[in-house]
Design a protein around this ligand. Structure first.
Ligand code: CP
Length: 324
């Protein structure tokens, strides 16, 4: 593996999941693989789980990590080719990325979409410019449209639940539901796009996406899923329910309906097959998900966040292995 930007960078998902679960059992199995190598974690916006789990993963492989919060500590970066830099941006990615490429062996980048210009956001200009100019492997810590380390974690967590409760799931067609939830501000579509892309790539479940009208996601990620505006219908017999807010894609970056009825409650959960409830975190309690669900045995959100380490470790290990 050279870069890790989307599911398309993975040649064998089952093997990657297996590797992650092996690291969960034995975190230091490859503790010298990254010896004398350095990873740069570049943040253009805030993070808790992604930042810490990737640092722990790198350390487990013997790598040194350096975090650089460009949004707070760095020069404002320009990403447009041939830009006349007479505005607020101070340094072009064309100049900054090759320098980072000299300091690090792997470069990890966290960006967010503007939610103002769909064409710009969906062109993935920021991460593509880092890949073009850094000259070293690049890992997405969330980009404008996708969050692949989160999605790998999500599939790992589903596999782990299936393994630990095999008798419960045996002989049944697995059903995974992605449900939109209310929120107080417009959020990116990245987690939902990415989850859809990975569940489709995994291909071991019936996959249903439910959201209010006007919240259709980009078909390039959802193709193959059943899409319905009837949340109750979608939740029926679900084994896993992934809860996430996203803003509108078609009329880009807006909040249309924000009906609190879409919040997942215990009453709604009763429609499911004792579903495990997933969320990438951070979560707005009693807006997206009720306390009663989050604090119940059905919630696997902490297990999910814990698994971020093993997903990151498996990906870094693949990249280190390829560059030997
Ligand atoms: N899920 C996730 O990416 O969390 P952070 O924003 O805290 O990194």
């Amino acid at each position: 593996m050279r870069n890790f930007i989307s599911v398309d960078d993975v040649t064998n998902m089952d093997a990657l999941i297996k590797k992650a679960l092996m690291y969960k059992t034995n975190p230091f199995a490859d503790q010298t693989l990254g010896a004398n190598k350095r990873i740069g974690l570049i943040f253009l916006n805030p993070s808790m789980r992604t930042r810490l789990s990737t640092q722990v993963a790198a350390q487990n492989l013997g790598m040194e990590s350096i975090v650089f919060n460009v949004d707070k500590d760095g020069w404002a970066l320009e990403f447009e080719e041939e830009a006349i830099m007479s505005g607020n941006t101070v340094e072009h990615v064309k100049d900054a990325a090759p320098v980072m490429g000299k300091y690090f062996d792997i470069l990890c980048i966290r960006t967010f979409p503007s939610l103002k210009n769909k064409e710009d956001d969906y062109s993935e200009l920021y991460i593509k410019q880092f890949i073009k100019y850094a000259g070293i492997p690049v890992v997405s810590l969330e980009s404008a449209t996708l969050h692949p380390l989160q999605s790998l974690t999500d599939i790992i967590t589903i596999e782990e639940c299936l393994e630990s409760q095999q008798s419960e799931y045996r002989n049944q067609k697995l059903k995974i539901v992605l449900t939109w939830a209310p929120h107080v501000k417009p959020l990116p579509q990245c987690v939902a796009n990415s989850f859809a892309q990975w569940v489709n790539g995994w291909g071991k479940a019936e996959f249903v996406i439910t959201h209010p009208e006007d919240y259709e996601l980009d078909e390039q990620f959802t193709k193959g899923a059943t899409i319905t505006h009837n949340q109750d219908e979608a939740l029926k017999n679900a084994d896993f329910v992934y809860v996430k807010n996203w803003s509108t894609f078609t009329d880009y970056g807006k909040i249309y309906c924000n009906d609190p009825e879409w919040m997942l409650t215990n009453e709604k959960l009763r429609l499911t097959n004792h579903a495990k409830v997933m969320h990438c975190l951070p979560v707005r309690r009693n807006v997206e998900l009720s306390d009663e669900v989050l604090d119940s045995a059905n919630s696997v959100v902490t297990q999910q966040a814990g698994n971020r380490v093993w997903a990151a470790q498996a990906v870094l290990s693949e990249i280190l292995g390829s560059s030997k």
